[in-house]
Design a protein around this ligand. Structure first.
Ligand SMILES: Cc1ncc(COP(=O)(O)O)c(C=O)c1O
Ligand SMILES: N[C@@H](CCOP(=O)(O)O)C(=O)O
Length: 378
């Protein structure tokens, strides 16, 4: 028998997984899932996220799995992008997930958990990708989904996807951060939140690390675009758990890359601050236009554990990297290109040596946000 629990990352108080919980009743800290792992870690009958069932949700009955065969995405290596970055660079394309972003890795687990708990309605706030993913998986599970979005700030493609899957959309004046605050009212009323404040979302997003390691067990550096910081937290948690199990050849350095105009985590990191200060986010990369990232404590722990770092890049650097990735025939949405822009910057600043094995994660598909002015129309 394998057990899972929820633990407060601040005070360590433990909770069962008998009902939905996101924060500690005692101190308000974020919760994370803990597992007592058994001998079996992989389900080799499966491909993608659920191959790692025993590492992410061992207690989930298979019959309750809400899946669209997410995960098992491609790892590319492009000469063109490598030349641009100044180092041999591998690109893990999580924009190849069913709804076009990495969110599906977490959503399959969170919506399955919603079903296990008997929840009837889901809710999230979103800059677009979480919305599309939540809408899709909720529809598959037969649950009503409501999404809160910052009015006028979500790409048309993401909005079209979300509406097509049948979600109810509430537009909020303000930023993603305001939308997230408003969405919590529905959580009070019994809806299940599908944002990364939900610890089960984080569990699913750990799987990108397992897949990277299966391609490259001695990876030195993994870079990831950073907004609400759920993905940085998830990859860091996966690294910490595998390291504790003695299954890592080496601990890869995790690099979180923020857009200059939406970089509260970067600022906290370089200023060695004890806490994060909210900013009014401004960047062309709409997916990471986030000024008050929920998971900053989990993400900071991940960066510290891996001896990683936080980098910020300008909109120009993001768009230049996106253009290169697009022209390489691979393509991604603007926010995704931040991971490559961040590596290029680190190489230029001598923070990465040429023989290091580097993977940049591309988080969203090219068609997610096609309006950015980086094309060559004639
Ligand atoms: C395409 C894309 N990249 C990166 C991010 C940032 O991920 P996180 O919020 O987990 O830091 C998001 C959403 O937040 C996104 O939609
Ligand atoms: N970019 C995200 C922002 C929400 O992040 P989440 O990981 O907390 O759901 C989005 O696509 O909405």
């Amino acid at each position: 028998m394998v057990f899972s629990s929820l633990r407060c990352i601040d005070c360590g108080h433990m909770y069962g997984i008998d009902r939905s919980r996101y924060r500690c009743d005692r101190c308000g800290g974020l919760l994370e899932v803990t597992h007592e792992f058994g001998d079996q870690l992989y389900d080799f009958r499966k491909r993608g996220v659920w191959k790692y069932r025993y590492l992410i949700h061992p207690a989930l009955p298979e019959s309750l799995t809400v899946s669209r065969n997410e995960g098992a995405t491609t790892m590319y290596r492009s000469d063109r992008v490598s030349q641009y970055a100044g180092i041999s660079l591998h690109l893990k394309h999580d924009g190849e997930n069913p709804t076009g972003s990495f969110k599906d890795r977490g959503m399959t687990v969170a919506v399955s958990e919603a079903l296990r708990l008997g929840m009837k309605r889901t809710v999230c706030a979103s800059t677009g990708n979480t919305a599309a993913s939540a809408a899709s998986y909720s529809a598959v599970a037969g649950m009503e989904c409501t999404v809160y979005v910052p009015a006028g700030k979500v790409s048309q493609s993401k909005m079209a996807q979300t509406l097509a899957y049948g979600a109810r959309v509430v537009e909020v004046d303000g930023t993603f951060d305001n939308a997230l605050e408003e969405s919590l009212d529905l959580v009070e009323d019994g809806s299940y939140t599908l944002n990364s404040i939900n610890p089960w979302r984080v569990e699913g997003q750990k799987t990108v690390l397992y897949e990277i390691l299966e391609c490259m067990s001695d990876v030195d550096i993994i870079s990831v675009p950073a907004g609400n910081l759920g993905n940085t937290s998830a990859i860091g948690k996966a690294i910490m758990e595998l390291d504790t199990l003695g299954l890592l050849k080496k601990v890869p350095r995790l690099v979180a890359v923020q857009a200059e105009g939406a970089a509260p985590f970067y600022r906290m990191w370089v200023e060695h601050s004890e806490s994060i200060s909210r900013v009014e986010p401004v960047t062309v990369a709409s997916a990471i236009r986030i000024g008050n990232p929920v998971s900053w404590k989990k993400a900071r722990r991940a960066i510290e554990y891996t001896s990683g770092t936080v980098v910020s890049v300008s909109d120009e650097e993001i768009l230049e990297a996106k253009r290169c990735i697009d022209r390489a025939g691979i393509g991604c949405e603007p926010a995704s290109a931040a991971s490559v822009a961040g590596i290029r910057k680190m190489v230029q600043e001598g923070e990465i040596s040429r023989d290091e094995r580097v993977v940049a994660i591309l988080t969203g598909n090219l068609l997610k946000d096609p309006m950015s002015p980086v094309g060559n129309k004639v």
